[in-house]
Design a protein around this ligand. Structure first.
Ligand SMILES: Nc1ncnc2c1ncn2[C@@H]1O[C@H](COP(=O)(O)OP(=O)(O)OP(=O)(O)O)[C@@H](O)[C@H]1O
Length: 289
């Protein structure tokens, strides 16, 4: 991406919060994100890693347009985000969807998953009920939940519920999906299945992904490029393989050295699930994830 028209171009993003204290009579300012510039091309997955508190989620919220930066700009397919909360902003928000760690917190426990996916659609589009149902059902089938669309959230496992939340995000045909620790709470084998599904959907729907995680092994497998955050700054960013094999920064080397070795069981599960073709999404049998 060179023309700035497709994909995301973030320039010099700063997010400063006040600590609430005063220092020498001036409000004490703390930069959760400090002069970060990056791009995400159409169809590209950018992984963002870094320890807790390094500013990953804050960066994600600014890229998503949920939070306006203190300074700096985000160009989203050539357009700046409108003022947070304005009608234009609401329209733009459809193009970028965020999937968080805890799916149970973002679904309505009283509604079937079909109803929730349908509702996301009808909030944005005036569709006949049957057309909305068909689209929602097709999206649920794509994430492997075709036979479970009439279930309530509590009737699904954590992995299945996260698939439903992903369906609700993807039914809006976003250009960018930001996954913020989206698989972190799941078992390692379920993580692998969902990542595998995201890889397939990324190709099929030509999605750009921003994949935020403290788990470097997960990020490595899904990302074309990876950025390393530390204390609000983007220390290094580059091609995934190069960064993992030849990190330039000491901090990145320490982060890589801290990846725990998989247990024999985890290794078996990763080998079995991680890069097998995705049978799950098209399989008529219920998926356990
Ligand atoms: N709204 C806010 N007001 C004040 N401080 C905030 C706010 N949001 C985040 N912070 C602070 O900014 C820093 C970066 O937080 P952020 O959540 O972006 O980090 P993170 O890398 O995503 O961490 P984690 O992996 O734990 O979620 C933290 O010190 C956090 O406490």
């Amino acid at each position: 991406m060179t023309d700035g028209e497709s994909g995301v171009v973030a320039s010099n993003l700063v997010q400063a919060y006040s600590s609430g204290r005063k220092l020498w009579g001036k409000a004490d300012e703390f930069r959760a994100v400090d002069r970060v510039s990056l791009t995400i091309a159409e169809g590209e997955t950018l992984g963002i890693v870094g320890e807790s508190g390094s500013g990953k989620s804050t960066l994600g919220r600014m890229i998503a347009g949920i939070e306006a930066p203190t300074s700096g700009t985000v160009s989203f397919w050539g357009q700046r985000y409108a003022k947070v909360g304005s009608p234009d902003w609401r329209r733009q928000r459809r193009d970028v969807q965020v999937v968080f760690q805890n799916p149970a917190a973002v679904v309505d426990p009283r509604w079937t998953i079909l109803a929730q996916v349908r509702e996301a659609l009808t909030t944005h589009e005036a569709l006949a009920a049957s057309e909305a149902d068909d689209k929602a059902q097709a999206m649920l089938a794509l994430v492997g939940l075709g036979t479970m669309s009439n279930r309530l959230p509590h009737q699904l496992s954590g992995g299945q519920l996260q698939r439903a939340v992903i369906a609700r995000a993807l039914v809006l045909k976003p250009r960018l999906v930001i996954c913020d620790e989206a698989v972190s709470a799941l078992d390692v084998s379920v993580q692998a299945q969902i990542i595998n599904m995201m890889l397939e959907l990324r190709e099929r729907l030509n999605l750009s992904l921003m994949f935020i995680s403290h788990d470097l092994s997960v990020v490595r497998h899904i990302s074309h490029r990876v950025g390393v955050m530390h204390a609000g700054q983007l220390l290094e960013i580059g091609d995934s393989r190069t960064l993992f094999e030849n990190p330039q920064h000491d901090y990145t080397r320490r982060l890589l050295a801290a990846i725990p070795a998989d247990s024999p069981r985890q290794r078996r599960e990763r080998d079995m699930n991680a890069f097998a073709p995705l049978a799950a999404a098209s399989s008529p049998s219920p998926i356990q994830a």
